[in-house]
Design a protein around this ligand. Structure first.
Ligand code: TMP
Ligand code: MG
Length: 241
């Protein structure tokens, strides 16, 4: 058996176009992973307590006893994240190259914290990553896909990417898009095309038209396998190398 003190957490990424259900499924996976380590006799009240813990995970520092933790890119709380936030809310215009590099820098600035979380044995569930970075920028007219991928080369490699695939025509029916930059049908159609070209061996494509419980079931089955498998293998910093 593996020495528990050396077990690392898994690096699990959710990707997809806007309104595909990534945030819902990422939060449900974290909640599930936290609850599955609870005593079988515990009742609903404890699951409410652990739900509260999920919402605190974005602000708390790494905690050795934590089973799973939620993360999100862009991380809008950092200085770089605040510039990205202003760009997305359209209070600031930035050159396409510049904002692309900011999104990438926003990932790089989090790498040390993320590595420490994984090494402490906590599984990290991440809502968007470098695939969003490349897909959204390369969907713009003048940015080449290889140029878009290059600043993220060498980032931590995900142990699995759940790609929540939904036709943007379906996504828009889910209560419509918000007011942020990129939230329009024509652009999202281009983004989905680029996304699908980025598929690699770490991807599991999910049909996001399914119900929330159906998707959750598939996700937890695969996530459990991945978590088990990567307990004994070190993480690698080889993205797109
Ligand atoms: P969010 O809606 O998940 O907070 O993401 C904000 C928007 O930023 C979303 O439309 C996707 C886009 N995005 C990029 O353009 N590049 C990136 O690297 C990331 C992480 C997101
Ligand atoms: Mg959004």
């Amino acid at each position: 058996p593996t020495d528990t003190s050396t077990r690392r957490g898994a690096f699990i990424v959710f990707e997809g176009c806007d309104r595909a259900g990534k945030s819902t499924q990422a939060a449900k996976l974290v909640e599930y992973l936290q609850n599955r380590h609870k005593q079988p006799l515990k009742n609903d009240e404890t699951s409410i307590a652990s739900n509260l813990k999920v919402s605190e995970t974005m602000t708390n520092n790494s905690n050795d006893s934590e089973v799973a933790r939620l993360w999100k890119f862009p991380d809008r709380t950092t200085l770089i994240g605040k510039m990205i936030d202003a760009y997305l809310k359209k209070t600031k215009d930035l050159d396409d190259h510049v904002v692309h590099l900011l999104f990438s820098a926003n990932r790089w600035e989090c790498m040390n914290v993320i590595k420490n979380i994984l090494m402490s044995g906590t599984t990290l569930v991440v809502d968007r990553y470098a695939y969003s970075g490349a897909a959204f920028s390369a969907a713009k007219k003048d940015l080449d896909i290889n140029w878009c991928k290059s600043p993220d080369i060498g980032l931590l490699t995900p142990d699995i990417v759940f790609f929540m695939d939904l036709e943007p025509e379906e996504a828009v029916k889910r209560g419509g898009y918000g007011k942020e930059r990129y939230e329009n049908l024509e652009f999202q159609k281009k983004v989905r095309k680029v996304f699908l070209d980025l598929k690699d061996s770490s991807w599991k494509i999910l049909d996001a038209r399914q119900t929330i419980p159906e998707l959750h079931q598939q996700i937890i089955e695969t996530a459990e396998e991945v978590i088990k498998k990567c307990e004994s293998i070190p993480f690698s910093e080889n993205l797109w190398k």
